[in-house]
Design a protein around this ligand. Structure first.
Ligand code: NDP
Length: 252
């Protein structure tokens, strides 16, 4: 049974990295708003299967697809699976990401490359496949997941900050390229979100919360209104914009 306002009724969504954290909350919010939701993940299968059950309990259809966003073949197959099952993809949330803070002096070339691959190659492959599926239909919503570190950077997050800066630029360029096709590309740029899966200590999180104007960390559910809005018809005049649920940490 849907508990939302049915703002996404009849739509289909594909969320990469959808089994945990922010992606999981967005998947449930989309189902509450009436959408059928496919999630793509790579490792944590039990979380993916429990999420499928939760979406179906809301009366919506769900698909769990094992898909590494750095694999061209797997991304192509994931979109094909959704199109085959449901006739097309209306909403894509390019959310898959990794956070591996480390001093630059300890970072290997492989560490750096993996960060760029998941975020930059991953967004390219997902964005390209989304465009290929949406252009013939003349409509669609693509939502990237950026980070305020892509604006301000943070010590020990050089690779992550660099990659997210790239995702911000990708979002804006793709928005301009796809707008003539009726496809809206926008992004969400969260502040620090307490997902239970992040690599930070409780002390670091408490200190960060105290530094924020709103005096607490974000929750995955704090992020979902931005994702619902950008996927809805109400976002019809938003193109290449980023929304910033971040407790007031930065105000770009
Ligand atoms: P989680 O670790 O909870 O979720 C990350 C998701 O990405 C998981 O579902 C994971 O799948 C998936 N994933 C990782 N690598 C790949 C890959 N190569 N292919 C497919 N899926 C992959 O993190 P969050 O919810 O915190 O992060 C979600 C997004 O939000 C990320 O892009 C992150 O950078 C961004 N973000 C997070 C913030 C935060 O403070 N938490 C702040 C700002 C941005 P699996 O579980 O199977 O490994």
């Amino acid at each position: 049974m849907s508990t939302g306002l049915n703002r996404l009724r009849g739509r289909t969504a594909l969320i990469t990295g959808g089994n945990t954290g922010i992606g999981r909350a967005v998947a449930l919010a989309y189902a509450d708003e009436g959408a059928d939701v496919a999630i793509a993940w790579i490792d944590r299968e039990p979380e993916a299967l429990s999420l499928v059950a939760a979406i179906e309990a809301r009366g919506r259809r769900a698909l769990a697809l094992r898909c590494d966003v750095t694999s061209e073949a797997q991304v192509v197959a994931a979109f094909a699976a959704v199109a085959s099952a449901w006739g097309g993809v209306d909403i894509v949330v390019s959310n898959a990401g990794i956070q591996r803070p480390q001093p630059i002096t300890e970072m290997s070339v492989e560490d750096w490359g993996r960060m760029m691959s998941v975020h930059l190659r991953g967004n390219f492959l997902v964005g390209r496949e989304a465009a290929r599926h949406m252009i013939p239909r003349g409509r669609g919503h693509i939502i990237t997941v950026c980070s305020q570190l892509g604006y301000i950077g943070r010590e020990n997050y050089t690779a992550y900050s660099t990659a997210k800066g790239g995702v911000i630029a990708f979002t804006r360029a793709l928005a301009k390229e796809l707008a003539p096709h009726g496809i809206l590309v926008n992004g969400v740029s969260p502040g620090l979100v307490d997902t239970g899966f992040d690599p930070l200590s409780e002390e670091v999180k408490a200190a960060h919360a105290a530094s924020l104007p709103l005096k607490r960390l974000g929750t995955p559910e704090d992020m979902t209104p931005a994702f619902v809005f950008l996927a809805s018809d109400e976002a019809r005049y938003y193109c290449g914009q980023l929304l910033h649920p971040n407790g007031g940490e930065i105000m770009p």
